[in-house]
Design a protein around this ligand. Structure first.
Ligand code: PAF
Length: 294
């Protein structure tokens, strides 16, 4: 059966629900010599996603965004059913942002009933967020591998807010020789410093007041590390500080090598300070870069 690339007005966005349609559209662009960037999302879009789209438009001639709330990256006790779904609004936002095609697959399109394959990245997937969410990064690795092979983009863009996820994706792209350039985009923040996240919608107004302290405390610790302090001298105080301002618990606050995420005791190499802490029913994560100490 021959398919034709949909003829679209310059400002219109194609919406594809099947892998075959997506592939057909992207291969049409390729035949015309256009480059392609992919922005994978789970929807509930905010300005952080729009920063990914803006960057994608700078990288490539054509931009594909995907919205897929990926069940394999949620554990049974997590918020899959409650995860915010705003497909109609998100579609309008992406069209307005100048996305060329939206991929909106169903769960069975992505995971047919006989699906049997897993993708597991060791090393960078261990510890940090994986301690509380043991199967999360295998689910992310699987769906991102599939999306990259489905769209075959030149560039794929991910936010630095999910820094461990970004490093897992970089590792799998290198290890599996997937011909794509992974672009990490800096975290977009509210004016008070809170990292934008679809899960911020769960915060009560009292929790929303406390939430920016996560970033403030990370910034403070990062500044001390950049002055040459040892992380062991700072970590307990940072945890107490988070509990003191109203976080119920701190899953972790850790200082890691910015590339392979191995633990660092001081800023002797480019580092990343990462934390996850709980406010009511919301688990917030954030991270900041730490330059080599002067
Ligand atoms: O960061 C996200 O929104 C998701 O983990 C991703 C990369 C789209 C995979 O489902």
């Amino acid at each position: 059966m021959t398919q034709t690339v949909p003829v679209l007005k310059p400002d219109s966005m194609a919406v594809h629900t099947t892998i075959a349609e997506l592939r057909h559209h992207v291969s049409g662009w390729r035949r015309q010599g256009s480059t392609v960037a992919l922005v994978p999302t789970m929807g509930a879009l905010h300005d952080g996603h729009l920063a990914l789209i803006r960057q994608a438009k700078k990288c490539a001639d054509r931009v594909v965004a995907s919205i897929f709330v990926n069940p394999t990256q949620f554990s049974v006790h997590e918020d899959l059913a409650a995860y915010p779904r705003r497909e109609a609004e998100d579609t309008a936002v992406l069209a307005k942002a100048g996305v060329d095609a939206l991929f909106l697959p169903s769960v069975t399109e992505m995971y047919p009933p006989d699906f049997a394959t897993s993708v597991r990245v060791t090393g960078v997937s261990d510890g940090l967020c994986a301690t509380a969410r043991p199967d999360h990064f295998a689910g992310v690795a699987l769906v991102v591998t599939k999306l990259l092979l489905q769209a075959l983009p030149d560039f794929a863009l991910f936010g630095e807010k999910d820094y461990q996820q970004l490093q897992v994706i970089r590792r799998l792209v290198r290890d599996l020789d997937i011909p794509v350039t992974v672009v990490g985009v800096p975290t977009v923040r509210e004016t008070d410093g809170l990292a934008m996240s679809s899960r911020n919608a769960y915060l009560t107004s009292a929790e929303r007041q406390i939430a920016p302290d996560l970033h403030r405390i990370l910034d403070h610790v990062a500044a001390r590390l950049a002055e040459g302090a040892l992380f062991a001298e700072l970590s307990d105080a940072a945890t107490s500080h988070l509990l003191g301002v109203g976080f119920q618990s701190v899953d972790y606050i850790e200082f890691r090598d910015a590339d392979d995420l191995t633990p660092l005791d001081r800023a002797s190499r480019p580092g990343r300070l990462l934390a996850a802490a709980r406010l009511g029913r919301t688990r917030l994560i954030d991270n900041v870069p730490v330059p080599i100490a002067r």
